[in-house]
Ligand binder design. Structure first.
Ligand SMILES: [Zn+2]
Ligand SMILES: [Zn+2]
Length: 151
């Protein structure tokens, strides 16, 4: 998949460089999965990534996707968003945004908000835990679902 906008292209090249620095081999499939995650704002599942990319790659399987997602996760480029028994969703670079989730259709929308580093420091200070990360999600009804409910 061609990366069309310039900033996505820069993000892709930086991500590839980071992976190379970590000793990760970059295959065409790996690069395609990464490009897809950077371009998509839909927080896709592994199945959705597979459906989008497999027409371009004869040898691609869902296992290939999971394998790549695992590599990206370990390198810190991609966050796995887990929701109980539902399929995990994957998101590139969650460092500068949080999520608002529609309780009606389940859509996940990004919004820019400064990372809440302070709450991690306070949690560490008060609890003695060595903090690794935090997760904050805002819930509500998206504009499309609100319109449907009005009818
Ligand atoms: Zn909705
Ligand atoms: Zn996101």
């Amino acid at each position: 998949m061609a990366v069309e906008n310039y900033s996505a292209e820069v993000e892709l090249q930086e991500a590839i460089q980071q992976l190379r620095n970590q000793g990760v081999r970059i295959t065409p499939q790996r690069q395609a999965v990464l490009a897809y995650l950077i371009e998509a704002d839909t927080h896709p599942t592994a199945d959705e990534i597979y459906k989008a990319l497999s027409p371009n790659f004869e040898s691609m399987s869902v296992a290939t996707i999971y394998n790549n997602l695992k590599v990206f996760k370990e390198s810190g480029l991609v966050t796995e968003l887990t929701y109980g028994d539902a399929a995990s969703r994957y998101d590139f670079d969650t460092a500068n945004h949080y999520h608002v989730i529609c309780t009606s259709c389940g859509k996940i929308t990004d919004f820019q908000y400064p990372r809440l580093d302070e709450v991690e420091q306070i949690a560490q200070h008060l609890s003695g835990h060595k903090i690794t990360h935090h997760r904050m999600e805002i819930y509500g009804i998206c504009p499309e679902c609100a319109k449907k409910e009005e009818r």
